[in-house]
Design a protein. Structure first.
Length: 441
C-alpha cells in the first residue's frame, strides 16, 4: 500500500513537471477549431480535457494506457484457475501506467478487503428508501451516506495544505472502491432476494467477492464479473459519468460527492441505463412475437417497426466509435466459450447480423454497429441475473475504477476548477452579423 502510494506520488510529480513545461513552451498553440455546431451540440469533438487512464479511438476502440482489451486479457494477472483479467490489475495499470505482477495485484486485493467495512448507518439509509426505488437511486443514496467517512472532507475542514489534496483523494478513492461491491450487493439482495444478505468472503478477489455477495457462486459468473468490471471501467474523460466526476471534483468536492454525481449521470438512458434498455427491448420483442428465439426475418421486421415508431434500437450506435465496440466483441467471445447454445445469447448474435445493414440503409447513422450495452444483459440473464434494472449498478461499480483513478491524477496535478465559457444566442447572432466578438469573456 505504502509502496504503491509512493510510486504514484513519484510518477505524478514527474508528469506534472512535464505538463508545466509543455504549457510554457506550447500553450498558445491551437488544437483544432471550435465550430458553432459544436457549441450547440454538446461540445462534441472538442478537445478540452486530459484523461491519462484511457483513450477512445474511433477505429480501434478503447485503449487503457495504450493497451487494447485483447491485450489486457492476455497480459493482466488473473484469478487462480481463471482466464479473465482481474479488475484490480486494471486499476493498477490505470493509476500507475504500468502492468502489475501477481504479487502487486494480490496486495491490492488485500488492501481493498481491509478497507471494505461499511458503517451501519449506510445500510440503515438504504433500508429507509422505498423498496420500489430504482437500484441506481439506492446506489447513489448509499454513496452519499458513505460520505461521512471522507478523509478528504475531514482533512480539508482541518486546513489541509493543497499539496496534500492528492493524498486524501487517494485514500478516499481506495476506501470507496473497496466498499462499493458490499453496498451494491446489499441493494441487490434487499430489492430482489427478500433482504437475505450474504457476508463477504475475504478469500475472494474484488469481483469474485461481489458475485458471491450477490448470491452467485457459479465460477462462470465470477469470471463474467471479472470481465465485466474490467471492460466497463473507463472510456476516456468525455462521457457523462467520467466528465461529471471530474467536473464536480474540480470544485474540490471529495471523491464520495464527485462519484455520486457521476453515478447520477450514469443513470441516464443515453449513458449507463442503456444496458437495461437493451435487454428490455429484447424481452418485449420475444413477447410480442411469441417465440423464444426469433428468426432473422422476424428480427428485421421488429427492428423496422421500432424505427418506424420513432424509437432507436438500444445498444446500437456510439458517439465516437465507428466500428463494432471491442467490448461487445469481448463479451461475444465469452459467450461462444461458455454458453454457445443459450437462446438469448444467440438472439443477440442474430440481432448483430441484422441491425447494422438496416441502419446503414437509412443513410443518417454514422455508426450502425453495436456498443458494449448490446451484449452484457444476455450474459447476465444466462447466469440467473434477470433483474435488468440492476445492470446499471454493475456498470457503476466498475466505472469507479476509472473515474477515481482519474480523480487521483486530477488532484495530484493540481488541475483547476473547470469553468468553460458559455454564450447566449443573442451574442451568437451579433457575432454572425459581425457586430460582436463571440469569444469575449
Amino acid at each position: 500500500m505504502v509502496e504503491m502510494k509512493d510510486s504514484f506520488k513519484a510518477k505524478s510529480d514527474a508528469v506534472g513537471a512535464e505538463i508545466k513545461t509543455l504549457i510554457k513552451d506550447h500553450g498558445t498553440k491551437k488544437i483544432g477549431e471550435v465550430t458553432l455546431a459544436q457549441v450547440y451540440q454538446g461540445m462534441r469533438g472538442i478537445t478540452g480535457l486530459v484523461t491519462e487512464t484511457s483513450l477512445l479511438d474511433a477505429q480501434e476502440g478503447i485503449r487503457f494506457r495504450g493497451f487494447t482489451i485483447p491485450e489486457l486479457q492476455q497480459k493482466l494477472p488473473k484469478a487462480k484457475g481463471g482466464t479473465e483479467p482481474l479488475p484490480e490489475a486494471l486499476f493498477h495499470l490505470m493509476l500507475l501506467g504500468e502492468l502489475p505482477d501477481d504479487d502487486e495485484v494480490h496486495e491490492l486485493t488485500s488492501v481493498w478487503q481491509r478497507r471494505s467495512h461499511v458503517p451501519k448507518h449506510v445500510f440503515d439509509t438504504i433500508d429507509a428508501t422505498p423498496i420500489n426505488s430504482h437500484p441506481m437511486t439506492q446506489f447513489v443514496i448509499a454513496i452519499m451516506a458513505l460520505q461521512t467517512e471522507s478523509t478528504f472532507a475531514k482533512r480539508y475542514a482541518a486546513g489541509m495544505n493543497k499539496k496534500e489534496y492528492w493524498d486524501a483523494t487517494f485514500d478516499d478513492s481506495m476506501d470507496l472502491i473497496a466498499r462499493l461491491p458490499r453496498v451494491a450487493a446489499y441493494i441487490y439482495r434487499r430489492k430482489y432476494k427478500g433482504g437475505e444478505h450474504i457476508q463477504p468472503n475475504g478469500l475472494l478477489d474484488w469481483a469474485g467477492n461481489f458475485a458471491h455477495m450477490m448470491g452467485f457462486e457459479d465460477e462462470g459468473f465470477k469470471e463474467l464479473m471479472r470481465l465485466y468490471m474490467t471492460i466497463h471501467a473507463d472510456h476516456e474523460g468525455g462521457n457523462v459519468s467520467a466528465h461529471t466526476t471530474h467536473l464536480v471534483g474540480s470544485a474540490l468536492s471529495d471523491p464520495y460527492l464527485s462519484f455520486a454525481a457521476g453515478m447520477n449521470g450514469l443513470a441516464g438512458p443515453l449513458h449507463g441505463l442503456a444496458n437495461q434498455e437493451v435487454i428490455k427491448w429484447i424481452f418485449e420483442m420475444r413477447e410480442q412475437l411469441g417465440v423464444e428465439t426469433p428468426t432473422s426475418a422476424q428480427i428485421e421486421e421488429y427492428v423496422k417497426k421500432t424505427l418506424s415508431e420513432g424509437k432507436v434500437v438500444p445498444g446500437y450506435g456510439h458517439a465516437v466509435l465507428r466500428k463494432t465496440d471491442p467490448r461487445f466483441t469481448a463479451q461475444m467471445e465469452f459467450g461462444k466459450k461458455h454458453l454457445p447454445n443459450d437462446p438469448l445469447v444467440n438472439t443477440v448474435w442474430n440481432i448483430y447480423e441484422t441491425v447494422p445493414p438496416i441502419l446503414q440503409s437509412l443513410g443518417k447513422i454514422k455508426n450502425p454497429w453495436p456498443n458494449v450495452d448490446a451484449h452484457s444483459g444476455a450474459l447476465l440473464v444466462h447466469y440467473g441475473m434477470v433483474e435488468y434494472e440492476f445492470y446499471t449498478v454493475l456498470f457503476g461499480v466498475s466505472r469507479a475504477l476509472g473515474v477515481l483513478a482519474s480523480l487521483c491524477w486530477d488532484r495530484a496535478l493540481g488541475l483547476p476548477l473547470e469553468r468553460p465559457k458559455s454564450i447566449t444566442t443573442d451574442l451568437v447572432k451579433l457575432w454572425l452579423e459581425e457586430k460582436g466578438e463571440v469569444w469575449e469573456g
